[in-house]
Design a protein around this ligand. Structure first.
Ligand code: CP
Length: 309
C-alpha cells in the first residue's frame, strides 16, 4: 500500500504533489463506493474518530461524519457550544479527556489559526484540520481541486481565479497551495482591502477587475464575504460589493466561453453569486459537496493506515 508522507493533515502546505495524487486516486475508488446501493466498506471497523467542532459548520461536519460512517469507523461528536469549554476548560484539557476514552483520530475545526498543529504536536492521535481560523481548510482545497479534475480532466495548466474575501478565507489559502502543487495557474480577485499584503509572496496573480479575471480564467471559485471575521468595514456596503464583484448571469453569458463556477458554501445568494448562476449548468457547487465525502474518506483511510506505524 502507498502511504502519505505526513502523519496528520494540518495543511496542504505540508503535502507533496504525490500525496495529493494518492488522495485523489483513493477518493476515485471511494466515490464509486458511495454511488453503490450499499455505500459502506468495513475498512475502519476498529477505529474511533472524534469530530471536535469549536466553530459552526454544516457541510464539513456532516461530510466528515458521513465519510467516517461509510468507512465503518465508530464516531463521537463534540460541539463547543454544548460542552465544558463554556465552563473554562482549555483546548488541550478537553482533547486529552476525549483521548482518554481511546480515540484514534481527531477531526477539529477551531477559530484559532494553528490550533490543529498545536494539537498534532501535543497528542499521539492523528489530527485532521477541518478549518483553523483564517489559516487553512485542507480538505476543502482537496475537494475543490478534485472537482476541477473531474470536470476538466486535469488540474495541470488550468487557470483558476478565486474571487472575494481572500483576507479572511482559509479556503483561499488551501486552494492556492493545492492548485499550485498540481500545476494550475492561480489568480485572486477582489477589492484591495480584502487581498492580504503577503499575497505576492505566494507567486500568484492579483486582479481587482472581475470582468478581466473572468476573461482570463477557466474556473471561478466565488468566496463568501466573511462578515463574522471582519472587525472593521472593508467596503462601503454589500450592495456595492455585489455590483463590483458579484457573479451574475449577464456577465457569465457575455464571456463568449463556458467557465466553471464553484463555491465552497455557505452561499450568500445575491451577494457573491446570483441564484441563476449558482443553479446553472456551469455551476459545480453540489458536485463539490458530493466529492467532499469521497475526499474525506480517502484522507481518513490513508491516515488510519499510518496508526501504529
Ligand atoms: N465549506 C465549508 O467549510 O462549509 P461549512 O462551514 O458549512 O463547514
Amino acid at each position: 500500500m502507498e502511504h502519505l508522507s505526513v502523519d496528520h493533515l494540518v495543511g496542504i502546505r505540508d503535502l507533496t504533489r504525490q500525496d495529493i495524487e494518492l488522495i485523489f486516486k483513493t477518493a476515485d475508488s471511494f466515490k464509486e463506493v458511495i454511488n453503490r446501493p450499499i455505500k459502506k466498506v468495513p475498512s475502519l471497523r476498529d477505529i474511533t474518530i472524534a469530530n471536535l467542532f469549536f466553530e459552526n459548520s454544516t457541510r464539513t461536519r456532516l461530510s466528515f461524519e458521513l465519510a467516517e460512517k461509510r468507512l465503518s469507523a465508530d464516531v463521537v461528536n463534540f460541539s463547543a457550544s454544548s460542552s465544558s469549554v463554556k465552563k473554562g476548560e482549555t483546548l488541550i484539557d478537553t482533547v486529552n479527556n476525549i483521548l482518554s476514552m481511546k480515540v484514534d483520530m481527531v477531526v477539529m475545526r477551531h477559530p484559532n489559526p494553528g490550533a490543529a498543529k498545536f494539537l498534532s504536536e501535543r497528542t499521539n492521535t492523528r489530527v485532521i484540520n477541518a478549518g483553523d481560523g483564517t489559516h487553512e481548510h485542507p480538505t476543502q482545497g482537496l475537494l475543490d481541486a478534485f472537482s476541477i479534475r473531474e470536470r476538466l480532466g486535469s488540474v495541470e495548466g488550468k487557470k483558476v481565479v478565486i474571487v472575494g474575501d481572500i483576507l479572511h478565507s482559509r479556503v483561499a489559502l488551501s486552494n492556492i497551495y493545492t492548485l499550485q502543487k498540481l500545476g494550475a495557474e492561480v489568480m485572486v480577485c477582489g477589492p484591495t482591502t480584502l487581498i492580504p499584503k503577503y499575497i505576492h509572496t505566494l507567486g500568484i496573480k492579483v486582479e481587482h477587475n472581475l470582468r478581466r479575471a473572468l476573461e482570463w480564467c477557466d474556473v471561478a471559485n466565488m468566496l463568501r464575504i466573511q462578515l463574522e471575521r471582519q472587525d472593521i468595514q472593508y467596503f462601503p456596503s454589500l450592495r456595492e460589493y455585489s455590483m463590483q464583484y458579484g457573479l451574475n448571469k449577464e456577465i457569465l453569458d457575455s464571456l463568449g466561453k463556458e467557465i466553471i463556477v464553484m463555491h465552497p458554501g455557505p452561499i450568500n445568494r445575491g451577494v457573491e453569486i446570483t441564484s441563476d448562476v449558482a443553479d446553472s449548468s456551469q455551476s459545480i457547487i453540489l458536485q463539490q459537496v458530493e466529492n467532499g465525502v469521497a475526499i474525506r474518506m480517502a484522507v481518513i483511510y490513508l491516515l488510519a493506515a499510518k496508526i501504529g506505524r
